[in-house]
Design a protein. Structure first.
Lengths: 94, 196
């Protein structure tokens, strides 16, 4: 399994990004129901791994950040979900 | 990771994806209202002119409404382009935007195929058909306002041909008001942030 996606918050972020072209930080914060700092740290790891693309801009002189899923991130998510499903099937069979 | 944890994670992913699939098609109500009223004014204005009822006032009404709608649309579109950088843009919205772009581009090209291919009121009816397709896309996604709007627009085209063939412009205008502008007001009333 993908170590990076073992975190529920990071997996939730990837799933959120899967449904949209771009998602602002504030929407991810609402979806994950975590703190600014915690989400920021998780997102930094995803960006560093190349799973997520980050874009910063200024709106009314206030910084705004939005995120998009990369192809690498999409592939990693699909593979991770497959492996979790396999784990469940294996567990049910045994 | 154990099976229980995997189940929890998969359930969460399923919830997020299901929620996204259930997203309704979002229109920009201001544009719907503006074009509903403008198209109605254009149809009614042309009917006035062709009926020799209001002299050239009918044409001025049509041209004024068209210019006002274009100016408003450009302003709103620029605002959307600026704002969408800071808002969530779902894949559903992107796909729907492309389909709508294709519909209106086709209608625009058809508008230039007058007077020989779309003769008489055919050119005006093409706009009603484009608007009906747009409303029905929303309607077939489960929005009753869109469904009603699309059906009213289609009915207005049939009414223009069969019920009031002597003044089809008024039927098409009524279709745009009831089937496009009114649903636009209803979309506006249910906007989460009341944005136009």
């Amino acid at each position: 399994m993908d170590d990076l996606l073992l975190s529920k918050i990071r997996l939730g972020v990837i799933a959120e990004l899967l449904t949209a072209q771009w998602v602002p930080f504030s929407d991810l914060l609402r979806a994950t129901q975590t703190t600014n700092g915690n989400l920021g740290a998780h997102l930094a790891k995803l960006v560093e791994a190349g799973y997520v693309q980050e874009e910063k801009t200024f709106v009314n002189r206030r910084p705004q950040t939005r995120y998009a899923l990369t192809q690498n991130g999409r592939n990693a998510f699909v593979q991770h979900v497959r492996e979790m499903q396999a784990l469940l099937e294996h567990s049910a069979a045994s | 990771m154990d099976a229980r944890e995997a189940r929890e994670h998969l359930d969460m992913v399923d919830r997020i994806l299901s929620h996204a699939e259930a997203e309704p098609v979002r229109f920009v109500p201001g544009l719907i209202i503006a074009w509903g009223l403008a198209a109605a004014a254009i149809d009614a204005g042309q009917q006035l002119y062709f009926s020799h009822a209001g002299g050239k006032h009918g044409l001025w009404l049509a041209e004024g409404a068209l210019v006002a709608a274009i100016v408003y649309s450009v302003a709103v579109t620029l605002s959307i382009i600026r704002n969408c950088r800071y808002e969530r843009v779902s894949h559903t919205e992107v796909r729907m935007g492309r389909v709508m772009g294709a519909v209106w581009f086709t209608v625009l090209v058809a508008a230039f195929a007058q007077p020989h291919v779309f003769a008489g009121w055919g050119g005006a009816a093409v706009w009603s058909m484009g608007a009906a397709i747009m409303m029905l896309m929303s309607g077939f996604s489960g929005d009753r306002r869109g469904l009603a709007g699309g059906l009213i627009l289609l009915a207005s085209v049939l009414a223009a041909n069969y019920i009031v063939p002597q003044s089809p412009g008024y039927a098409l205008a009524a279709g745009f008001i009831l089937g496009y502008a009114v649903p636009g007001f209803l979309f506006l009333a249910h906007e989460p942030h009341g944005e136009a």
